[in-house]
Design a protein around this ligand. Structure first.
Ligand code: MRU
Length: 366
């Protein structure tokens, strides 16, 4: 997708051939900064502080983090240390563990002298694979949007999304946004309701930003407004991303997703989850087994924004001394999900549905 009209990715190898460039998402939408990461500690910090975020992107970031670690010490012990250290940075998105397991398995047979090169090659492959996977999710989701558009007689298809499951959360295209970009590029009139997504406002800061950059019509709404617009018949379809789908089809995603699924069920609005194969956790039976990240209370007590003098500031929104809880994700039960949009096609949100698209996982599925 484009940043200021220039085709861009969220992560890349710098021209020195070894350091890694990223878009710092903690500075968006007010500033586009592209820091360079040179050590595994830089990579870990980028994941932990959410300079990079979104399930697919933190997987690719972790792969490059291993590559950075292998440059300085490619021993078996350091490979193990790198995998453990990076895997501990965020608990919920399974893509992090998936990418690290992949790197460990890929690198183990190589002699330490060639491990760094092999790690960079594999990280680059994972990045390319993510782009193609997300593109294909878009092609499959486009069919759904086309069906709805055909019934609307030229009026825009209204899609509601939560958090940022856009190209900023992946390497390119996004998961939930990929069908939207494909529809927009195909000339289908489309409009997106963007949930602001408190506490970190990924919708306001990131999804609205990237839709604006691509010229997709959208409106930012407060998190509590989605149910109202569904009741009013102003939402044709919900598409969200996910951080982990368990073997039975339960979905962990940004806090607030569950409430949107409940409202969608009550109002008869189709609720789809877009995901790549790397987000399916075949080893975990059900959503209640997913570790839910609890983040610091400051994310709830404060908001970040641009002041009228142009400076970016964080302001307190409650009385000094107020305490907060901050679960970052919730679980939407499979029964509330209309279907999964994957790179292999669309399926029911169930063990059987998932296995119909990924039959080779039958023995892995818990
Ligand atoms: O805490 P975040 O911003 O990393 O949470 C991200 C989400 O919940 C996304 O919707 C999810 O990772 C899917 S990204 C394609």
């Amino acid at each position: 997708m484009k940043l200021d009209g220039v085709p861009s990715r969220t992560i890349w190898l710098e021209s020195d051939g070894w350091s890694v460039g990223i878009v710092d998402q903690t500075r968006l939408p007010h500033e586009v900064t592209q820091p360079t990461l040179r050590t595994i500690e830089d990579a870990a910090r980028a994941i932990k502080t959410m300079q990079v975020r979104g399930a697919p992107l933190i997987g690719v970031m972790a792969a490059y983090g291993v590559a950075l670690a292998m440059r300085t010490d490619a021993s078996d012990a350091n490979l193990e240390r790198a995998v453990t250290f990076l895997g501990a940075q965020r608990p919920t998105a399974v893509n992090l563990r998936w990418a690290l397991d992949d790197l460990r398995t890929t690198l183990a047979p190589f002699a330490p002298s060639v491990r760094a090169a092999a790690a960079y090659a594999r990280a680059a492959e994972l990045a390319e694979e993510d782009i193609e996977t997300c593109r294909q999710i878009g092609v499959n989701g486009l069919a759904l949007i086309k069906e709805i558009a055909a019934k609307k007689g030229g009026r825009p298809v209204n899609v509601l999304t939560h958090c940022n499951a856009g190209w900023l959360a992946c390497v390119d295209w996004g998961t939930a946004t990929s069908p939207i970009y494909h529809a927009h590029d195909a000339g289908i009139p489309i409009h997106v309701w963007v949930d602001e997504t408190r506490p970190r406002n990924q919708g306001a800061a990131l999804t609205a930003f990237e839709l604006l950059q691509h010229g997709v019509p959208h409106s930012l709404i407060v998190d509590n407004a989605g149910g109202h617009f569904m009741q009013q018949g102003e939402v044709d379809l919900v598409i969200v991303g996910t951080d982990r789908v368990t073997a039975n089809g339960d979905v962990a995603n940004k806090i607030g997703t569950y409430l949107k699924a409940l409202a969608a069920r009550d109002t008869g609005v189709p609720f789809y989850v877009a995901l790549p194969f790397s987000t399916i956790d075949w080893c975990t039976k059900k959503g209640s087994d997913i570790p839910i990240e609890e983040r610091g209370e400051d994310e709830v007590l404060r908001v970040q924004g641009r002041l009228s003098d142009g400076s970016v500031a964080s302001v307190l929104i409650s009385a000094e001394g107020t305490h907060a809880r901050n679960p970052a994700f919730d679980v939407t039960p499979a029964r509330l999900v209309t279907g999964f949009i994957t790179e292999r096609g669309i399926c029911a949100a169930s063990r059987e549905g998932l296995l119909s698209l990924y039959p080779e996982k039958t023995s892995a599925a818990a």
